[in-house]
Design a protein around this ligand. Sequence first.
Ligand code: AMP
Length: 275
Amino acid sequence: MKEAADRFCRQDRTIGFVPTMGYLHEGHLRLVEEARRLADTVVVSIFVNPTQFGPDEDYEKYPRDPEKDRALARAAGTDILFMPHKDELYPANFQTYITQEHLPNHLCGLSRPVHFRGVMTIVAKLLNIVKPHYAVFGEKDYQQLVIVRQMAADLNFDTQIVGVPTVREADGLAMSSRNKYLSPDQRQSALSLSRALSRAKEMVENGETRSRAIIEKAAQAIASAPEAAIDYVRICDPESLEDVEAIDRPVRMALAVKIGNTRLIDNILLTPKRS
Ligand code: AMP
């Protein structure tokens, strides 16, 4: 991969990079499309990164389908599909990790304490290997996007971090590899996430500016869905991820909910009505 990247560089060909954990869906393919639009060459990586999973999380059973992924990535116009082996990226004496002071201390970072350290470490490693001009990430994982952008700026990576809006199923559910875990009934309950966010957007469009009122409504709606257990529902500053009390500028509403054993996340931009 490093040799190929150097070759593209010598040919003055720009590289657009899409890091994924595989089990590709249309959300991933939208990122590939964006990378193609931006760059001459598209690299997609598939690597289920062990360091971003906590000890009680789903690393072992995370869905994998390399053959289908290969076909989908190729059909979407991927030039290089990079599928490194775990031991290549984490040899036995591996001991260096990236951490960040503030952004991981919010939202998902509170219930997944090692997650973003693992994410930053693997993204930094992949950026050093692929040396892309652009790296494309989904807004679906909004905190991850903000954290990676901060890391790339803080550590002077030569890569422009690009965000792409969330791709949803026809009924609103944000696409995710983990949706595969849901039974038909749980799939129905999972709709409470996107519905709560749409309702929040409507409230803001109708003039509501109090975060607390919006969060309460959303939490009630989600809590009444069968098998749903809320991790968090928050409205925060889109850059610092600090809670905001009044929606007087564009903000992010983000939530994480367990449906049975499956942890799902979603988020939306809330823009106040112009007075
Ligand atoms: P993952 O394979 O889940 O680690 O995701 C790889 C990349 O795809 C990340 O940048 C995600 O934010 C992005 N992604 C995942 N689901 C979606 C979606 N529904 N819409 C847009 N991007 C997504």
